[in-house]
Design a protein around this ligand. Sequence first.
Ligand code: NAD
Length: 441
Amino acid sequence: MPSYKSLVDKQRTYFKSGATRSLEKRKHALNQLKAMIEEDGEELANAIFQDLHRDGHMEVGMTARAIDECLQKLEEWSAPTKLPSGGLLDPNSDQLYIVREPVGVVLIISPWNFPLITSVPLVQALAAGNTVILKPSELAQHTAEAFERVVKKRFNEELFAVVNGAVQETTDLLSERFDHIVYTGNPAVAKVIMSAAAKHLTPVTLELGGKNPTVILDDADVELAAEKIVGAKMMNCGQICINPDYVLTTSNTKPKLISAIREAFEKQGELRDNAAFARIINERHFDRLKALASKTNGKLAWKADGEEDRIGKFLPPSVYEIEADDELMKDEIFGPILPIITVDGIDQALHFIQEREKPLAAYIFSKCPEATRRFITETWSGGVCVNDLQTHAFVSNVPFGGVGNSGVGRINGKYSFDNFTHEKTVLIRGGVGKEIPLNKL
Ligand code: NAD
């Protein structure tokens, strides 16, 4: 049984020595990461291709942008705030500050579907002056091994280490004490992570998935909705946490939508030869999706050409017309299957969504401001995108995270940086503070 005690102890000793704290040290770590992405990005992109049969450069580019953003904003995000000392305090001799300090040793556990970008919180954790242990998913094995190789080349394990392994290794890691844990994956395992963290009162950020609804009203641009659905299902073969999981539309719009989806998919050509169409991650997930398709009581409305191939993990996209209690509505689909449920309009669509777990993303296609307003205010979700799918998750300067069953906390840029930073109130009395320069706190 592996023990990670010595690694965690080593990182904590390094952290406590103050070695990670200065802006110079943090910038140095970010520049090392930048060099890693510039020089070894190709190796990482190739590994992603081997795991998922899709281009990995987008993930490399997004990671590079996250590093650049941290380098640019580091001073602003880390700076202590001096507050006016009034009320109880003596403005002549008292100083009041918020000092931003790193939390310590951070554990990041990432999934297989976007193995590099789901690991990006490591960038902000290092930027905030912490040490990091990254546990990539064993399901994206090539990427996990490449990650370990390229990190080992540049980083001392006191500051940043990659630990590879499966459930046993993760369980052993979780028996150690961390100062923050970020887990990205499914809600069932998230409960295991949260229980382990609770033993040490460790704060967690949980980035999970769920069943994301897409409402398409009668006044919607149906061609646009179909194009967006096809774009989303093409991306990573629908294996994305913010993917449109199911559609709610009226009996009037449904036939137009199905034929527009068929046309939009046909424009993509032969999917088997299309480098933009990823493969299912492994045979277990291929079998899971096949079992779903065999258990549905829905009507197959359309299926793309191409023979299913378990060894090659190629699964052609399909669209089903289903009832609300269908097997396809039980769990997150996470693949190229799209169920459509008929509703009679916005009221029934809102009710349908309100009755279920809060999803990570909720989508609506409509030209009606009032229906859109009601969708935003009468549903609960991690984020909303109107007349588009998924794009809200790719913009910077906004929080990204779920709510309820789709997650706890948020990530992205400054929001991630703040997860890994404790805002410490400091009151200095007796005039001593005047002698301490603000930039030394
Ligand atoms: P996975 O199977 O790769 O698991 C994720 C991580 O959890 C891995 O590192 C794995 O080793 C670890 N793990 C698995 N079982 C464990 C256990 N019993 N105890 C401890 N650790 C364990 O990935 P997955 O869960 O299949 O990922 C897909 C899910 O992730 C989907 O639900 C998707 O929606 C979600 N996701 C969410 C986001 C987001 O940002 N919200 C992003 C990507 C994926």
